[in-house]
Design a protein around this ligand. Structure first.
Ligand SMILES: [Cu+2]
Length: 451
């Protein structure tokens, strides 16, 4: 009887213990890194969602490259509510230009973390939505409660019958025995259900929209300030993302490759290339500052993933005025140097052909020999953007190498390989990108693809 009471106590404890919070800043687990260009500052923000709620949201901030902000103010609010006037916390970035803090999440739901970066170069703003879902009760909770109830009732009834019947009258003795059996059975069932309570619960993502076949497409409305950007001067691009079905702000973006939006900007000559990560400033609204270096027509390729949908690339164009710049042609495959790094671009086969699988590779070395410490960038060993010079084909390819998980110390090199099949013949511009010694290196090339 005493052991049964102990089991009952354990069961009660299991019922009141806090539930783990299944969570994501999108769909990718409790730890998420997001890179963003908040005004003039390139920041990497890693958020760790607490295992139980209420609990602390851990925020780690790193400056991705110069200039670094002097300080960053953080504010937390419920999604859709105004941010508090005074910051929840203020971080000063020190060597190696990173800082950590925590924000208290009161419960499940969607939250917004606001970052206001300040420094010599002005202000930067980013607002990051964080969805913290509470998993449903484990499926054994209700059977556990029933078993526990049966245990308590049979124990009480058994005690009452034993006391009243003095175990001499046959009927009372039989009843007491039956109640003991029931209590024993209930104790065993309770023990099993308690054990199952501690089994890990599958984290659940919020249900995707009810739209059949995933979320609708997105329309990209691009605006610039000034309206006519001038070569050599900074311009702010604002991306207004709208749901293709409802016309409402599309604010259900899932992080992919460590960002909410990957924005590639290429001018018509291929001389200007930028791969940026606009900061979310309002629902469906993203902003980024660029300095176009030459006049012409620029194409913006925004790569996004909606919750419950696949990746999509939406494009828009804008014109840049100003004095013409001399555009050196992008070099063919071969050797080139970036400071102390020697990079050789190789293709296999040497003559690329449409419809034929090709391997495009970078071989990296420096004075000390082959380079084997290429760092993950956006969770990958390397990225390759390909565009046919007429703009008809655009591809974003990842190096064939294991992805980096948050906190991993994986390194790559000396070879980065990309596998691609060119859909059509023609001249292509290629931009290989990887990170080495904390710097993102962009390696441009022109590729000729035969029919
Ligand atoms: Cu990107």
């Amino acid at each position: 009887m005493r052991s049964a009471a102990l089991v009952a106590l354990l069961a009660c404890l299991a019922l009141v213990a806090p539930l783990p919070a299944a969570a994501h800043v999108g769909d990718t687990g409790p730890v998420q890194t997001l890179v963003m260009d908040a005004g003039p500052y390139a920041l990497a923000v890693t958020m760790t969602i607490p295992p139980a709620l209420p609990g602390p949201l851990l925020v780690a901030l790193t400056s991705e490259r110069a200039p670094a902000p002097a300080a960053v103010e953080l504010r937390l609010t419920r999604y859709g509510s105004p941010f508090p006037a005074s910051p929840t916390t203020r971080l000063t970035l020190s060597a190696p230009l990173s800082a950590t803090t925590q924000l208290d999440l009161a419960g499940p739901g969607t939250w917004e973390v606001e970052l206001r970066a300040q420094g010599d170069r002005g202000q930067g703003l980013a607002r990051i939505p964080v969805t913290v879902a509470q998993p449903p009760l484990p499926p054994t909770t209700i059977p556990l409660a029933v078993a526990l109830g049966a245990l308590v009732i049979s124990l009480l009834a058994g005690a009452a019958v034993s006391a009243g019947g003095r175990a001499t009258r046959g009927g009372f003795a039989a009843t007491a025995r039956i109640l003991n059996y029931v209590a024993f059975a209930a104790a065993v069932a309770t023990a099993i259900f308690v054990w199952q309570q501690f089994a890990p619960v599958q984290a659940v993502a919020p249900a995707p929209g009810t739209t059949y076949g995933g979320a609708p497409h997105i329309n990209l409305l691009l605006a610039s300030e000034p309206q006519s950007p001038v070569a050599g001067s900074p311009a702010v691009l604002t991306l207004d993302l709208r749901d293709g079905a409802t016309g409402l702000a599309a604010d259900d973006l899932s992080p992919h490759h460590d960002a909410l939006v990957h924005l590639v900007l290429i001018d018509e000559s291929g001389g200007f290339f930028a791969h940026m990560h606009p900061a979310r400033i309002a629902p469906g609204q993203f902003a980024v500052t660029l300095v176009p270096d030459r006049p012409g027509t620029y194409t913006a390729y925004a790569e996004i993933v909606r919750h419950g949908g696949g990746a999509q690339v939406v494009t828009s164009q804008f014109a840049v005025t100003g004095a013409a710049a001399v555009t050196p042609a992008l070099p063919p495959p071969g050797e080139r140097t970036f400071e102390r790094l020697k990079v050789t671009v190789q293709t296999s086969p040497g003559q690329l052909r449409a419809g034929e699988q090709a391997v495009l590779a970078l071989l990296l070395s420096d004075d000390a020999g082959p380079v084997r410490d290429v760092e993950p960038w956006l969770g990958m060993a390397g990225h390759l953007i390909l565009r046919r010079t007429d703009g008809m084909l655009f591809s974003h390819i990842h190096a064939a190498a294991p992805m980096a998980t948050p906190g991993s110390t994986i390194r790559y090199g000396p070879e980065l390989r990309f596998v691609h099949t060119f859909a059509r013949a023609g001249r292509y511009h290629a931009w290989f990108q990887f990170r080495h010694a904390g710097q993102v290196v962009t390696v441009p090339a022109t590729l000729e693809v035969a029919p």
